[in-house]
Ligand binder design. Structure first.
Ligand SMILES: Cc1cc2nc3c(=O)[nH]c(=O)nc-3n(C[C@H](O)[C@H](O)[C@H](O)COP(=O)(O)OP(=O)(O)OC[C@H]3O[C@@H](n4cnc5c(N)ncnc54)[C@H](O)[C@@H]3O)c2cc1C
Ligand code: SF4
Length: 441
């Protein structure tokens, strides 16, 4: 049973969704940065997909040079603030910290990073100058981490950039997907506003690029196009009863939660289907929304879940329980969901085998599908000559150029869905690919 009471006000919501990594004070940042050993060939740098010079920015914080620290971070990663909060640091930079070898708590790199970048975002301090105007123009489709990172880097290289975003706010899944105890809407949007002010790219909201005619218009107007559209909605399971009231995608649930906060409807008994990070987030968030019981149901054993173990631990700590080796066969109910019928599995040579006559019903009034996001294949087929692989990911060469040479891409649409830091890292490289293309190299 979850320890959280259903929040009925914004203040109660904020208390239940208290930041996992709260901002450090100056004193905390000073003491934490003092612990850094400034390792030669620091393993944390290699573990960060954007290769931030971590020992350098930590030393700059320790010297009281916060602007220098923020500049070091942003030079490698335009989503430096978001990443400081949302990166799975346990698996990346902090997981590589040499202190782990001596059973000492690793340096809190993510929090130090968020501390330094927060200061310049608040002070609106300009740290970068855009490049000399090249006279070339680039359209960026999607204002998520990939699109905005590409826009910043392209402006550094002197190209004019227009970003077309389908929704009313920037930052992609940092606003519509990531758990609110990692990053608030305000923090996500403020970082993009800071970057836009610094780099002067144009952002056009509520402007979805919807089909062949839109792509052809962009091709006529712009010298190159960057696709940063991410993935699509939650995939369905294909079992009877999925259309019942009370069944929804975990991603779509999180999107409502990010916008409506305490006014988000949540069931009393929630079953989350899936074993990935989105399923864990949806379970932790349902608990914090005051659901009486939250069950994560997964087809295989705990060791085979796609989720990071720390995300599973957080869901359990929030009050979720887990059911392993069960496959949902039907969503039950008369109009609205009343339960899920499962069958138990055993694993034989890596394959799942249903155990005969092991069906049982788990009652619930809400089902969240953590079954992964689909790809925007139908839309991408409208770009002439654009190849997709068998999983629906956009095919690129080493310069992040697609098989239609005017188009480049990065982030979830290309990598199939990883993390914010991967989108930021790839988009920076893609912008350099576009730069070489525009220079005729
Ligand atoms: C529930 C959930 C939780 C997550 N939690 C974390 C986390 O804690 N830490 C982490 O690092 N990563 C997390 N991720 C992954 C991370 O959010 C993504 O890897 C990252 O946002 C990918 O960036 P992107 O720019 O490629 O795509 P997105 O963030 O999806 O951005 C794509 C943008 O393109 C826009 N768009 C789409 N189609 C069109 C169109 N046709 N025309 C115009 N605009 C369009 C979208 O509205 C969106 O703004 C999470 C993902 C999910 C689903
Ligand atoms: S971007 Fe992420 S992985 Fe890289 S140093 Fe910052 S918090 Fe760590």
């Amino acid at each position: 049973m979850s320890e959280y009471k259903k929040p009925t006000t914004e203040a109660e919501f904020a208390a239940n969704f208290h930041p996992k990594k709260p901002l450090m004070s100056d004193t905390e940042a000073y003491y934490e940065s003092s612990r850094c050993l400034y390792c030669y060939d620091a393993p944390c740098i290699n573990a960060c997909p954007t290769g931030i010079d971590i020992p350098l920015f930590i030393r700059q914080i320790n010297d009281g040079n916060k602007e220098g620290a923020a500049k070091t971070i942003y030079e490698s990663n335009w989503f430096g603030h978001a990443c400081g909060n949302v990166c799975p640091t346990e698996e990346l930079c902090e997981g590589a910290c040499v202190y782990n070898n001596s059973d000492v708590k690793p340096i809190e790199i993510g929090r130090l990073q968020a501390h330094a970048t927060d200061q310049v975002i608040r002070s609106k301090k300009k740290l970068f100058r855009t490049g000399k105007d090249t006279g070339k123009t680039v359209a960026v489709i999607g204002a998520g981490p990939a699109g905005i990172s590409a826009a910043c880097e392209l402006r550094m290289l002197g190209h004019a950039v227009d970003v077309y975003e389908a929704k009313a706010q920037p930052s992609g899944l940092c606003v519509y997907g990531v758990a609110p105890y990692k990053l608030t809407n305000e923090e996500a949007v403020e970082e993009v506003a800071y970057l836009q002010d610094q780099f002067g790219f144009n952002l056009h909201y509520n402007k979805p690029v919807s089909g062949r005619a839109d792509f052809e218009n962009l091709e006529e107007v712009y010298d190159a196009i960057f696709i940063g559209i991410g993935l699509g909605g939650t995939s369905t399971l294909g079992i009877p009863g999925e259309d019942k009231k009370g069944v929804m995608g975990a991603l779509e649930f999180v999107e409502v939660l990010r916008n409506k906060h305490h006014a988000t409807p949540v069931g009393k008994k929630v079953i989350v289907l899936g074993g990935g990070n989105t399923a864990m987030d949806a379970a932790s968030e349902s608990c914090r929304m005051g659901a009486e019981s939250v069950i994560i149901a997964y087809r295989r054993g705990p060791e085979e879940m796609g989720a990071y173990s720390f995300e599973f631990d957080l869901a359990k700590k929030s009050g979720a329980k887990a059911l392993f080796n069960v496959t949902p066969v039907e969503v039950l109910g008369n109009g609205s969901v009343t339960g899920v019928k499962f069958i138990r599995n055993r694993s034989a040579n890596g394959k799942l085998e249903p155990i005969a006559s092991s069906e049982f019903v788990e009652p619930c009034d809400m089902v969240l599908l953590g079954t992964g996001q689909g790809k925007q294949v139908e839309l991408l087929k409208e770009v002439s000559g654009l190849a997709l692989d068998q999983k629906g990911r956009i095919v690129v060469n080493e310069h992040f150029q697609t098989t239609n040479t005017k188009y480049f891409t990065a982030g979830d649409a290309m990598n199939g869905g990883v993390e914010v830091v991967n989108a930021a890292a790839e988009a920076k490289k893609a912008a350099h690919g576009i730069h070489s293309f525009l220079k005729g190299k």
